[in-house]
Design a binder for this molecule. Structure first.
Ligand SMILES: [Zn+2]
Length: 98
């Protein structure tokens, strides 16, 4: 479970403090900033995702026909993010950000 190292409250994986760079979080309870110590999993997943999604959007005609590329990319990334976030936000992997 992902708990804040400062106040032990649960950290919401969607409570990012910088949207462009999802390795920084803000604790909803004590408002302290947290960072992910080991972000390897995030970057590996990110690269794999790009490698799978770009050819899919480019070569599957039904996606192009109905203009589903952006919707699929956004939905897919949210689902995957939800899955990796429980691993990424485990207690040992969160540190206070100064
Ligand atoms: Zn906290």
């Amino acid at each position: 479970m992902s708990n804040c190292p400062n106040c032990r409250n649960k950290v919401n994986p969607f409570d990012l403090s910088l949207w462009a760079f999802p390795l920084y979080f803000r604790c909803p309870n004590c408002k302290i900033r947290l960072r992910v110590i080991n972000s390897k999993l995030f970057w590996v997943t990110f690269c794999l995702y790009i490698l799978i999604v770009i050819p899919m959007i480019t070569y599957i005609p039904i996606i192009q026909e109905y203009n589903l590329g952006i919707i699929l990319t956004v939905c897919g990334s949210l689902v995957i993010y939800q899955k990796i976030s429980s691993y990424m936000l485990r207690k040992e992997n969160l540190a206070l950000y100064e």
